[in-house]
Design a protein around this ligand. Structure first.
Ligand code: FAD
Length: 293
């Protein structure tokens, strides 16, 4: 089923997870444990990331296909464009179509860190909206895209960021998935702004359970996300104790999701970090509340 139809037919908030492919030198089977662990949580779909610089990108379609055809769960394949040529993207789109995969998260991607990485010159794609337009022309995919409740890291003007988002959505987007955020007020403010800008597609909230100091620092380094005081206090006190931090992270994510569900969010997308046990704990914690919505 297309993600568009999943959201159109929804009777309750949509639950989804994000996973990433194992590294090139690890056997593909290592992902089975992750998917096995997520399957019994009954997600509406699972998304699979795409390595912008080429690291694991060959595996995205393979794993999305596995999720859909072996596990019977709808799959959303991420696809980035900044470092690709039009022909390469055409090839991937054909492969997705041949694998009967209907859902793509269309992204610009970040510039690869590798200084020797060869970009097409001139670039074939500048923004995700260029990729959205190309996919839309195929008329056989449902397209999702990213959005940023605290603004994208390269953009210092939220109003401008939302204007660009509107252009991207108007190019053919059916669903927006947010970048991680830790203070729901940012999301509620963002939702007000995008609805005023007549961006009317469903939005699903990307929730990252914070589990270690290193992971928190990493998340904050690639995004504009800010940590609320109540979490920084825990970090100051227990930053070196991963066990306590993990419990705090799961409790924090649970609280965050319950508040979002009560507010009326259309979907929750958990960045599972290939840790199904964490996802399971959160889903169990929210299950009673979720069934009441
Ligand atoms: P865009 O929508 O193109 O926006 C990028 C920047 O360009 C923004 O600052 C925007 O304001 C600006 N902009 C847009 N249009 C214009 C215009 N016309 N003129 C001037 N400026 C403009 N990365 C990966 O490599 N692999 C993944 O699998 C992956 N998955 C992700 C999943 C989610 C849910 C999210 C939120 C992000 C993901 N990313 C992934 C990261 C993403 O690739 C980066 O955040 C990237 O920097 C921006 O991608 P985008 O598609 O949002 O870009």
């Amino acid at each position: 089923m297309s993600i568009k139809d999943i959201f159109m037919n929804k009777k309750r908030p949509i639950l989804s997870f994000e996973i990433f492919p194992p590294k090139k030198d690890s056997p593909i089977e290592t992902i089975y444990t992750t998917i096995d662990g997520l399957k019994h949580l009954n997600p509406d779909f699972i998304s699979v990331t795409y390595g912008a610089g080429g690291s694991s990108k060959d595996r995205t379609v393979e794993i999305a296909s596995l999720i859909k055809h072996k596990y019977g769960i709808e799959a959303l394949a991420h696809l980035t464009c900044i470092s690709s040529t039009k022909d390469e993207i055409e090839h991937i789109l054909s492969t997705l179509k041949n694998n009967n995969l209907k859902n793509i998260l269309a992204l610009r991607g970040d510039l690869p860190q590798d200084k020797n990485f060869k970009f097409p010159t001139p670039l074939h794609y500048h923004y995700a909206k260029n990729l959205v337009s190309q996919i839309k022309q195929k008329n056989c995919f449902s397209i999702s895209a990213a959005c940023y409740p605290e603004g994208h890291i390269e953009c210092n003007n939220m109003a401008q960021d939302i204007e660009y988002l509107k252009e991207k959505v108007d190019a053919g987007v059916d669903l927006l998935i947010t970048q991680l955020f830790f203070d729901n007020e940012h999301l509620y403010d963002f939702m007000d702004k995008i609805r005023k800008a007549r961006i009317n597609v469903p939005v699903t909230a990307g929730i990252m359970p914070l589990l270690s100091k290193k992971q928190i620092e990493r998340c904050l380094s690639f995004s504009k996300a800010t940590l609320p005081k109540k979490f920084t206090r825990i970090l100051e006190k227990h930053g070196d104790n991963d066990e306590i931090l993990q419990e705090a992270g799961i409790t924090y994510a649970t609280d965050q999701i319950i508040d979002l569900l009560a507010w009326g969010i259309e979907g929750i997308h958990i960045y599972s970090m290939n840790r199904p046990q964490t996802a399971q704990r959160i889903v169990e914690n929210i299950s009673v509340f979720r069934s009441l919505i």
